[in-house]
Design a protein around this ligand. Structure first.
Ligand code: ZN
Length: 77
């Protein structure tokens, strides 16, 4: 589960928590593990967390982690 995100601030990626992610929903944010684009997800009674916009089974934070870590195909640098 992705509980933190990274957003670009002053040219550097900084870590933010979920509450901050909700406030900054319109900004581009990435997964701290695979650098793929993510969004805050607060629906449906689940624990609030971030979700990949496009799933990455090779991300260790993914629910369906394949066991092999690989960068997201749309990784943000
Ligand atoms: Zn990821």
């Amino acid at each position: 589960m992705i509980t933190e995100a990274e957003i670009k601030q002053g040219g550097e990626w900084v870590t933010i928590d979920f509450a901050e992610g909700v406030k900054r929903r319109r900004q581009v944010m990435r997964c701290p593990a695979c650098a793929g684009p993510i969004n805050p997800y607060d629906g449906g009674g689940s624990v609030p967390h971030f979700a990949h916009i496009k799933a990455n089974p090779h991300c260790p934070l993914s629910f369906r982690f394949s066991g092999t870590s690989k960068a997201h195909p749309d990784a943000l640098a």
